[in-house]
Design a protein around this ligand. Structure first.
Ligand SMILES: [Zn+2]
Length: 63
């Protein structure tokens, strides 16, 4: 399972979301999702992808 580090643009808290789809494919790298801190749906910035405890930056080009 891939985890994503998200930052709520309302409260600026960061938290992890486990989803199987690739959030880097999102337009503007923003996700409208429920924020556990705001307790409502807000826009989130996608900061990092975490797979197997390894941090992978969303825009890293491995060339
Ligand atoms: Zn929030």
């Amino acid at each position: 399972m891939t985890k994503w580090l998200l930052r709520c643009t309302k409260c600026n808290n960061t938290w992890f979301l486990e989803v199987s789809f690739d959030l880097t494919k999102l337009a503007e790298k923003r996700l409208y999702h429920y924020c556990p801190y705001c307790e409502k749906n807000t826009f989130h910035e996608v900061l990092e992808r975490i797979e197997d405890e390894k941090v992978v930056a969303p825009n890293t080009d491995s060339k």
